[in-house]
Write a protein of this length. Structure first.
Length: 313
C-alpha cells in the first residue's frame, strides 16, 4: 500500500546544472500529453530542437551551459506537469538548487513557463560569457565541514590574491567550492592536506556562485527587472536566504544574488523540515537532490519524479 502525498507535509525540490543526461524527458514525453506540450512549446519558443538534444544528444552540446540550463528547466517543468496530470496536489514549499529556482517559481505560479525559459537561456549565455572573461571552475570537497572549507578558502585567497570560496553547501560532508583556476587548484590541495576524503574538479568551466559572476549578475538584473513576476501561491525557499520568500522584489533580489553567493541548500532543507515537512519530491531529471537528502536527514521521505509518479495520488 502506497502513501498518498498530501499538501500539508510535502515540498517540491527542483534540480540544477549537473542533473542533465542524454535521454532525459523522453519517457515523460511519450507517456504524458502535458509533458509533451512543454517540450514542444520550448522548441517553438527557442527556435531550436531542444527536445531532440535532451533525448538524443550529443552530450557535449547538452553539457554546454547555454543549452544545459534551458534543457533542465524544460525537463523539470515537464515532470511537474506530469505529476499534476497524475493528480498531485500543491506542496507547501518549493525550492530549487541554483538554476532550479526558476523551475520552482513556475511551480509556485510566480513565473510563466515562457518567461522562465527565456530567463534561464539568457542566464546560461551570460554565465558562459563571464567565464570567457574570467576563467574559473568548481570542485567538490568530501569529508570536510563548512567551517573548515571557509577557513581554507580564506587562507588561499590571502595567499593567492584570487578568489575561491564556498559555492554550494549541499549536505553535511559535501561542499562545492568555486573560483579562479589557480586558487581553486590550491584550495583542492589544501583540502586534501587537511583530511578531505576527496577533492574532485567538476566538469564545468564556470565559477558559478562566486564574485567572478559579478558582471553577469549586473546584466542579468536588468533582464529580471524587465520580466513579469506574479505573487507566488507557494513560498519559495531561496538559495541566497535559506528562508521563504513571497515578495516579488525579494524574489528578484534572491535570483540575482545566487549568481555571486553560495547556494545554502543544507540550511534550506533543514528549515523546511523544521516547519514540519516530512516528504520531499524531486521534480526533474535524475535524483541528485534525493541523494543529498540522505545526508541531511535520513528520517524524511525522499522521492524522485519516477517514484512519485508510481505512487497513488
Amino acid at each position: 500500500m502506497t502513501h498518498q502525498l498530501t499538501a500539508c507535509e510535502f515540498a517540491y525540490l527542483f534540480p540544477g546544472q549537473g542533473s542533465q543526461h542524454v535521454g532525459m524527458g523522453r519517457e515523460l514525453y511519450d507517456s504524458f500529453s502535458t509533458a509533451r506540450a512543454v517540450f514542444d512549446q520550448a522548441d517553438h519558443i527557442l527556435g531550436i530542437n531542444l527536445s531532440q538534444m535532451c533525448f538524443d544528444g550529443p552530450a557535449d552540446e547538452l553539457d554546454d551551459t547555454w543549452n544545459t540550463q534551458p534543457a533542465i528547466f524544460v525537463a523539470s517543468v515537464a515532470a511537474l506537469r506530469a505529476l499534476e496530470e497524475r493528480g498531485m496536489q500543491n506542496p507547501v514549499y518549493v525550492a530549487g538548487h541554483s538554476m532550479g529556482e526558476f523551475s520552482a517559481l513556475v511551480a509556485a505560479g510566480a513565473l510563466s513557463f515562457e518567461d522562465g525559459l527565456k530567463l534561464v537561456r539568457e542566464r546560461g549565455r551570460l554565465m558562459k560569457q563571464a567565464d570567457e572573461r574570467s576563467p574559473g571552475g568548481m570542485a567538490a570537497l568530501l569529508g570536510l565541514q563548512r567551517e573548515q572549507v571557509d577557513a581554507l578558502c580564506a587562507t588561499v585567497r590571502e595567499q593567492s590574491g584570487a578568489h575561491v570560496g564556498v559555492a554550494n553547501d549541499n549536505c553535511p560532508g559535501q561542499i562545492v567550492i568555486s573560483g579562479a583556476t589557480g586558487a581553486l587548484e590550491q584550495a583542492m590541495e589544501l583540502a586534501k592536506e587537511q583530511g578531505a576524503k576527496r577533492a574532485k574538479r567538476l566538469a564545468v568551466s564556470i565559477a558559478a556562485h562566486s564574485p567572478l559572476m559579478a558582471e553577469a549578475a549586473a546584466e542579468f538584473r536588468r533582464v529580471l527587472d524587465a520580466t513579469l513576476f506574479r505573487e507566488p501561491v507557494i513560498p519559495l525557499v531561496a538559495n541566497a536566504t535559506a528562508s521563504p520568500l513571497t515578495a516579488l522584489d525579494e524574489i528578484r533580489d534572491a535570483l540575482n544574488r545566487q549568481l555571486t553567493s553560495p547556494v545554502r541548500w543544507t540550511e534550506s532543507v533543514q528549515w523546511m523540515i523544521g516547519q514540519g515537512v516530512t516528504r520531499f519530491v524531486e521534480v526533474g531529471p535524475k535524483d541528485v537532490l534525493t541523494g543529498l537528502m540522505k545526508r541531511i536527514d535520513r528520517k524524511v521521505e525522499r522521492l524522485s519524479t519516477e517514484k512519485a509518479l508510481a505512487q497513488e495520488v
